[in-house]
Design a protein around this ligand. Structure first.
Ligand code: GLN
Length: 485
């Protein structure tokens, strides 16, 4: 049944609907792939007995009309899953078993999907390479010793290696789009508030969004349709009618106006990335789009702004991990305060500690105005740049990342060069906008490179339609020889 690895989620759904394959057969196929893919270290937890049980139950159902009928799916280990361990890639939550289900995963199960397991990620989603996970780094299926990107690195690897037919990640500063770009897959960060954050382990609450990671744009539309929607349990959830992204998917480019921001032409950008961008522009032009040069003048402040806002919110969100209510508790310490200190010192990894320190510093009295408040003001200017551009253009095209996947260990000891990876992705989170990364080419090593499309808030249908049209023209071919099996 090897061809199941080469087909998309949408094609798999057709097979299930026409009864050419059962949910149990599908589950067994992916479970087998997961077992053979151990080397990639993309899973933290699996729940195969439950997967098979749920698939058997699904196969007994008559006339099910959900979007994901009996489809086994693995999710990033940042989504709380009822009675199934949820670690957020951290030692501090190593044995945490939630008593509730996140809204987004619940939406998946209501549409008929079945959980395969929980995917590795950077600790509390802080990272761009999946190297900060307490459960070890994840391998890029393109080549051994290369990172899959992060923080949704386990999701990207499991998807690219066909250990799951589709998946979901979270994106606070690029964690869906950057790993998608590094693994030749499609990743979409929705408008802030389109998908509920309820039950997702919080990193930076004003930036966090869940989104789909898939093998193609059609699957992406389908998954977004499945997970999005208003949720009264999340006060930032947008209350509006659910859209039929997959049904309304069309290859529309003609007459569309695409902005090319000059500020994204950064120093030392590899020629290959520049070329990729040019190719994308050519494809759009040939398909009838109008290309317009635009300026997003505050782009250069996006990264420093992000690395103030995100750690500030993280330091506040992570205050709850004190050894009392959740997870790990140190046995050391002679009183309550010492117990807190030992728990956090032993339970958090270095990157998380760095963020908590930065966050506490920028929020402390005397520095608050100079850092946090200033960052909030700059954030508004960054959003203003996008608002101005979208008076003129329908969408913006940029590279997704400033490089292709790098080697494991290459940037692990240099936080600044790691943070620079997010240079093209963080502005979108600060502005709360939707953005997609689609595979658009390869570097000289044959490693994938992605292009990013950005639109104004709630224009997901437009972003998907442009990406759908570009995908056809680009005709990207993933080349994996399954060396890990
Ligand atoms: N790489 C970024 C960071 O480490 C973004 C992470 C994310 O989007 N979760 O903060």
């Amino acid at each position: 049944m090897n061809d199941l690895n080469d087909i998309s989620l949408s094609e798999i759904i057709k097979l299930v609907k026409s009864k050419k394959i059962s949910s149990v057969e599908l589950a067994n196929h992916f479970i087998n792939n997961i077992k053979k893919g151990k080397k990639l270290n993309s899973f933290i937890t699996t729940c195969f007995d439950q997967t098979i049980k749920d698939s058997k139950n699904f196969d007994k159902k008559q006339n099910f009309d959900g979007l994901l009928p009996g489809i086994p799916i693995a999710v990033k280990d940042l989504f709380c899953t009822k009675n199934i361990k949820t670690t957020a890639g951290s030692k501090i939550l190593e044995n945490f078993v939630p008593t509730y289900e996140s809204t987004v995963t619940n939406n998946l199960w209501e549409e008929g999907a079945i959980l395969l397991g929980k995917l590795n990620c950077d600790e509390f989603a802080m990272g761009s390479s999946n190297e900060t996970s307490f459960f070890g780094n994840v391998i890029n299926p393109l080549e051994n010793n290369f990172v899959p990107g992060g923080s949704s690195g386990g999701s990207a690897t499991a998807l690219a290696a066909s250990l799951t037919p589709a998946t979901i990640g979270t994106d606070t500063g690029g964690s869906i789009r950057q790993p998608a770009s590094f693994t030749g897959t499609v990743g979409l960060k929705p408008t802030y508030g389109l998908c509920s954050r309820w039950g997702i382990v919080a990193f930076a609450s004003s930036l966090d969004q869940a989104g789909p990671m898939t093998k193609n744009v059609e699957d992406c539309a389908l998954m977004l349709e499945a997970i999005s929607g208003y949720d009264k349990k999340d006060s930032t959830s947008i209350n509006r009618k659910k859209e039929n992204y997959s049904k309304n998917l069309k290859r529309t480019i003609k007459g569309i106006k695409i902005g090319i921001p000059k500020e994204y032409r950064v120093d030392n950008m590899p020629k290959e990335i520049d070329q990729l961008w040019k190719n994308g522009i050519d494809i759009l032009k040939k398909s009838g789009a109008k290309i317009i040069d635009i300026s997003l003048p505050h782009t250069k402040y996006a990264l420093p702004t992000y690395y103030i806002v995100a750690p500030a919110e993280a330091s506040s969100n992570l205050a709850r991990y004190d050894g009392i209510k959740y997870g790990y508790r140190s046995k050391k310490g002679n009183n309550l305060i010492e117990m807190y200190e030992h728990t956090r010192a032993e339970g958090f990894g270095d990157e998380v500690k760095r963020r908590v320190l930065i966050g506490t510093y920028v929020l402390s009295s005397g520095y608050y105005d100079a850092y946090y408040l200033k960052a909030q003001k700059v954030r508004k200017l960054i959003k203003g740049d996008f608002d101005n551009s979208f008076r003129e253009v329908d969408a913006i095209l940029t590279p997704s990342t400033p490089s292709s996947a790098f080697k494991i260990g290459e940037k692990a000891n240099d936080p600044i060069s790691m943070y620079l990876n997010d240079i093209f992705t963080v502005p979108v989170n600060l502005a709360g906008l939707p953005a997609i990364s689609i595979p658009a080419g390869k570097d000289h090593k044959g490693h994938p490179l992605g292009l990013q499309l950005i639109t104004k808030a709630l224009d997901e249908q437009k972003i998907l339609n442009i990406a759908f049209a570009m995908e056809k023209e680009i005709d990207f071919k993933q080349s994996l020889n399954r060396w890990w099996e």
